[in-house]
Structures are given as structure tokens and as C-alpha cells.
Design a protein around this ligand. Structure first.
Ligand code: HEM
Length: 208
């Protein structure tokens, strides 16, 4: 039963994640392109019914995933990859969705800059770049290991993992403007400063 719920909530989440990650990849074309696509996608996933189903899927996925991780017995390497990528995803989903809901509560538009702030403001970068990078890697390792356990096809499973890692690198490249760092609007900078200590910026006043 727990297995079945995990599988079905995973299916619902996968549809959202596919569009969501495609949206994140649009960061390669700049903030405006990303926001334009997000505005379009929001007309679907911000619909009260769709969003309620999505948030329930997140809750079921995390709860059943944690329950499944307590299953005893010797695990193969692939099963361990599935377990640890799933545990990271559970933690990520709890933190990520809570942060988005909290941002929305503060009347912040949780758009491109909401995620970009953490990745571009020093020293928060050291936390947020690995945090997002490993989230996307974990999604693909979780899928790749599941595929291997179901089909025993190592070739396809490795391909899924390699594509995922490449996509993750491209997203970080897009979000950070290839590590040239993006300028972040002040309201998002303040949000990150409220969450994590950041180095204060020195503002020079114009001379006389
Ligand atoms: C580079 C990686 C990611 C970035 C930059 C990112 C960024 C964002 C942003 C900015 C939002 C707010 C969307 C909005 O206001 O419309 C959001 C929402 C969300 N993200 Fe992500 N995300 C990433 C990866 C993921 C992954 C891997 C998952 C799932 C495993 C995920 C699940 C969600 C969920 C469930 C929401 C809430 C949607 C809603 O109800 O409004 N995200 N993300």
C-alpha cells in the first residue's frame, strides 16, 4: 500500500517536475525568458485544484518515502542510491516548498530572483548552489535507480543519470550567468539576508 501511494504521488510530482525543470533551464536565456515561461506555467499549477493536488502529492511522497526508508534487509548499491537520493529529495522538498510558501506569505513574488538570490549572493552561494545542484541530481539518480531496478537496463539508467547531471550543471550556469553573478533586486537580497548571514555590501557615496 505504502509502495503504491509512493509510486502514484511520484507520478504526479514527475509531471510537475518535468515542466518545473524545463522552466529552470530557461534561466540560460535570462531572467525575463524564465519569468515569462513561469507566468505561463503558473496559470496551470497555481490553479487552486492543481496546487492542492500537487502539495498533497509532495506530502504523501515525503511521508511514504521516509516510511519506505525504514524497510530492513541488505541493500544492493542501486537500492542504496535510490534510498539516499530519496532521503535528500525529501529534505529538499520540505525546505524548498516551505521557503516558497513563506516567501509568498511575505508578499514576495517567488519568481526567478527568489531562487537566484541564494545562488548569487556571497556567501549564501556556498549553500544554495550545492542545494539546488544536488536536488536535480537526486531527482535523476532516484529515477535512474528505479529504472534499473525495474528493467535491469544499465545503459538507459546511466543515460538518465548523465542527462540529469548535465541539466543540473546547465541550470546553475543559467542562474549564475555562468558564474559572472547576477544582480539581485533588493527585496530578494533582504530575504536571503534574513535567512542567512551575508557579507554587508559597501556602498560608496558619490564624492562632493
Ligand atoms: C534548480 C532547481 C530548482 C529551482 C531553481 C527551483 C525554483 C523554484 C521556484 C522559484 C519556485 C516558486 C514557483 C512559483 O512561485 O510559481 C518553486 C516552487 C516549487 N518547486 Fe522548485 N526549484 C528547483 C527544483 C525543484 C525540484 C527538484 C523539485 C521537486 C523535487 C521542486 C519542487 C517544487 C515545488 C513542489 C514547488 C511549489 C509549487 C507551487 O505550489 O507553487 N523544485 N521552485
Amino acid at each position: 500500500m505504502v509502495n503504491r501511494i509512493h509510486y502514484f504521488s511520484g507520478l504526479i510530482l514527475s509531471v510537475f517536475i518535468a515542466f518545473h525543470l524545463a522552466n529552470q533551464l530557461f534561466s540560460l536565456f535570462g531572467a525575463e525568458a524564465h519569468i515569462e515561461l513561469m507566468t505561463l506555467l503558473r496559470t496551470v499549477y497555481r490553479h487552486i485544484v492543481v496546487e492542492t493536488v500537487l502539495l498533497f502529492a509532495v506530502a504523501f511522497q515525503v511521508a511514504t518515502g521516509i516510511r519506505l526508508s525504514f524497510k530492513k534487509g541488505k541493500k544492493s548499491i542501486v537500492e542504496r542510491v535510490q534510498l539516499y537520493s530519496g532521503l535528500y529529495l525529501s529534505l529538499f522538498l520540505i525546505v524548498h516548498v516551505t521557503a516558497v510558501m513563506y516567501g509568498r506569505q511575505l508578499q514576495l513574488d517567488t519568481n526567478f530572483y527568489f531562487a537566484a538570490a541564494g545562488m548569487n549572493i556571497y556567501p549564501a552561494t556556498f549553500i544554495f548552489i550545492p542545494y539546488y545542484f544536488f536536488a536535480v541530481v537526486a531527482v535523476t539518480l532516484h529515477l535512474a535507480s528505479l529504472h534499473y531496478l525495474k528493467t535491469k537496463s544499465a545503459k538507459v539508467s546511466y543515460s538518465i543519470a548523465i542527462i540529469g547531471i548535465t541539466v543540473s550543471i546547465l541550470m546553475i550556469t543559467g542562474y549564475t550567468d555562468a558564474f559572472n553573478w547576477r544582480t539581485i533586486p533588493v527585496e530578494y537580497e533582504n530575504f536571503i539576508k534574513g535567512v542567512l548571514p551575508t557579507k554587508p555590501r559597501v556602498h560608496f557615496l558619490p564624492g562632493p
